[in-house]
Unconditional design. Structure first.
Length: 309
């Protein structure tokens, strides 16, 4: 199994005490290296090209995010900031998803890829960076897969505790890309109601604060997983946010570490049935460092344990 990352992703520094800190990626990478030693192949992420970004983002947003910066911090919105290293980090985070698509489409030995990158992406819309996100990494990768490889059925599965409003907005009029999300109700970005259906390609389920493993698993098993299976995705993306974990300080769900492993196994099985096992997972949220380490390990373990084809 392949992990794609880049040291530049550590150079995005949104400020002291900001929850989306470089320590998050340090935690993920150190946990994976310590746990799996020689079972993972590691590659450096390339930078995303302008044309790859422009499939999903306006030129104005791209230019704004890539402008040279000398000040230690530049404020984008209430909780989104850039630093001198942010442009390079964002380019490599988006480029990782593109490289992952090429790997699962072209290399028989690489059916599962995890992109250990930051900043996260699923809140970034076509024209607005927000919610810690600069470019929408999974949207850039999905649009690339659609156009480069002519795929007709691409699924994006988002189990981050926050709704991926940017991903939904980018693809809600595109029947080739389906978006499936569970997220906590009453939480930023205050979107993702069950009434939001796109062109029939969007499925949202809100989980009330305090929802535990039982509710989380039943929601996926009874509703979401059958929908994804029925869509028959040729390629399955995961927006892998682990902030629904019971120890995460940013939300109020009570999901446990093993639940993420269980769901990953179920998703990989769907990918095996319909898409030759192709799964591209891209890190999103997760702000308790110990929980993030644990969840990253069980997520990757489940991908390793599920045959690619």
């Amino acid at each position: 199994m392949l992990v794609i990352t880049h040291p530049a992703c550590l150079g995005h520094d949104p400020g002291i005490d900001h929850p989306e800190s470089p320590e998050r990626l340090h935690a993920v990478i150190s946990a994976l290296r310590a746990t799996f030693t020689d079972r993972l192949e590691w590659r450096m992420a390339p930078t995303a090209k302008l044309g790859e970004l422009a499939r999903v983002h306006t030129r104005e947003l791209i230019d704004n995010m890539l402008q040279a910066q000398t000040a230690p911090l530049r404020r984008i919105d209430l909780d989104t900031f850039t630093s001198p290293g942010s442009a390079s980090a964002a380019l490599h985070a988006a480029g990782a998803g593109v490289a992952a698509v090429d790997s699962v489409m072209l290399e028989d030995a690489q059916r599962h890829v995890f992109c250990a990158v930051r900043p996260p992406g699923h809140h970034a819309t076509a024209d607005t960076a927000m919610g810690f996100c600069l470019f929408n990494n999974v949207a850039v990768a999905a649009a690339y897969a659609r156009d480069k490889y002519g795929l007709e059925r691409i699924a994006i599965v988002d189990f981050d505790v926050h709704h991926g409003n940017g991903t939904q907005a980018i693809f809600e009029a595109d029947p080739k890309v389906a978006y499936f999300s569970t997220h906590q109700s009453g939480l930023f970005p205050f979107s993702g109601s069950m009434r939001e259906r796109g062109v029939g390609n969007v499925s949202n389920i809100l989980l009330p604060p305090g929802s535990d493993s039982f509710r989380f698993r039943n929601t996926w098993a009874d509703d979401m997983l059958p929908q994804i299976d029925a869509f028959r995705p040729q390629l399955l993306f995961i927006s892998a946010g682990f902030d629904a974990h019971m120890r995460d300080p940013q939300a109020d769900l009570m999901v446990e570490t093993d639940d993420f492993g269980w769901l990953t196994t179920e998703l990989a099985a769907i990918a095996r049935r319909h898409g030759n096992g192709r799964v591209v997972s891209i890190l999103e949220g997760g702000y308790d460092l110990e929980a993030l380490r644990e969840c990253s390990v069980v997520h990757v373990q489940a991908l390793l344990d599920t045959p690619g084809e």
